[in-house]
Design a protein around this ligand. Structure first.
Ligand code: ATP
Length: 306
């Protein structure tokens, strides 16, 4: 038995190590675009950021030849404002975020931050200026403090706690066995989806980037958690230029501008009321969202009763 169990144990260990490495690799890949799709040009300069205006100018993009994903996409997010992008699955919403983070470069057109074509800036300075709260935040197998400080390496404990307070996760962290030193992730304390998202929000508060990408979760959190998280996200996007990949009704209604994507093309653009009045694709998507919300509510009621 020992002869069989030992190798099996070792295999289990190796499997966990490999899965862990995979998480790191995925995060690195997202953050550093590795293997590098794009690299600093030899003349790259730090991005001069003043207020964080974001402009997409006639952007065409394909991941692979012959399959164009974005067609002539142009929009401007004035400094401090929020743009919500809506559209069906595969319409190109996340691709906009990847281009703004310069995981890829467009084949045509330009992406500008405060008037600078981001291709001329160093990747490091661009990624300092643009923060992201992803849909599914994976945690490192490390302490809570490390996971928050990842937003700004070298941050002191006081700043980490302040960021956790802003994300309203400080009180929960203080109930953990080793508080900020508690290991989390696969091998540590398991946190719920909502708690992981708050850690990601704390990370983003700490990073304090002038431009923020919020990739809202589609998965249904319960209504109370969702509302609480929305409050944190609203605080995070206040005073910052924000691109939201929107799934929640409240974000869409309050956005300064909504972009409706259909198969990689902007088909409608405006504020919520204006778009509803057009009775086009946005009005249809809105109707679907309302129905989905009703459905989720009814489902939760049933679950509670059973
Ligand atoms: P969803 O709401 O489902 O997340 P989305 O609107 O964010 O969708 P994108 O992820 O931007 O859509 O994808 C746009 C298109 O590009 C889709 O057809 C998708 O299959 C394709 N695509 C996305 N990522 C890649 C990739 N790495 N390589 C090749 N094609 C990709």
């Amino acid at each position: 038995v020992i002869q069989i169990c030992l190798p099996l144990n070792a295999l289990g260990f190796l499997f966990r190590e490999a899965r862990d490495a995979q998480t790191h690799l995925e995060t690195l890949r997202q953050l550093l675009a590795w293997p590098p799709e794009v690299q600093d040009s030899p003349q790259a300069q730090p991005l001069p950021v003043s207020h964080g205006e974001v402009v997409f100018e006639h952007v065409d993009f394909s991941y692979e030849p012959g399959r164009q994903v974005l067609w002539d996409v142009s929009f401007r997010i004035a400094a401090g404002q929020t743009l919500a992008v809506v559209g069906g699955s595969g319409s190109g919403k996340s691709t906009l975020a990847r281009l703004l983070l310069r995981v890829y470069d467009p084949q045509q057109g330009r992406v500008l931050v405060d008037g600078t074509d981001i291709r001329t800036a160093t990747l490091a300075s661009l990624r300092q200026a643009v923060g992201i709260v992803p849909q599914d935040s994976s945690l490192f197998n490390d302490s809570v403090a490390y996971n928050i400080a990842y937003g700004r390496p070298g941050a002191g404990m006081a700043d980490i706690v302040q960021a956790a307070q802003a994300a309203q996760i400080d009180a929960l962290i203080r109930t953990l066995p080793q508080q900020y030193d508690t290991p989390v992730g696969e091998r540590g304390m398991k946190l719920s989806g909502g708690e992981k998202q708050r850690i990601a929000i704390a990370r983003a508060f700490l990073k304090n980037a002038p431009v923020m990408i919020l990739d809202e979760a589609t998965s249904a959190l319960d209504t109370r958690s969702e509302k609480a998280i929305q409050v944190q996200l609203d605080r995070l996007s206040a005073q910052r230029t924000t691109l939201v990949i929107a799934h929640r009704l409240s974000t869409i209604v309050d956005a300064d501008q909504i972009l409706v994507l259909d198969k990689g093309r902007i088909v409608e653009q405006g504020r919520h009321d204006e778009l509803l009045a057009q009775r086009g694709l946005y009005a249809q998507l809105w109707e679907l969202q309302l129905q989905k919300q009703e459905f989720d509510r009814a489902e939760r009621r049933l679950l509670r009763q059973s």
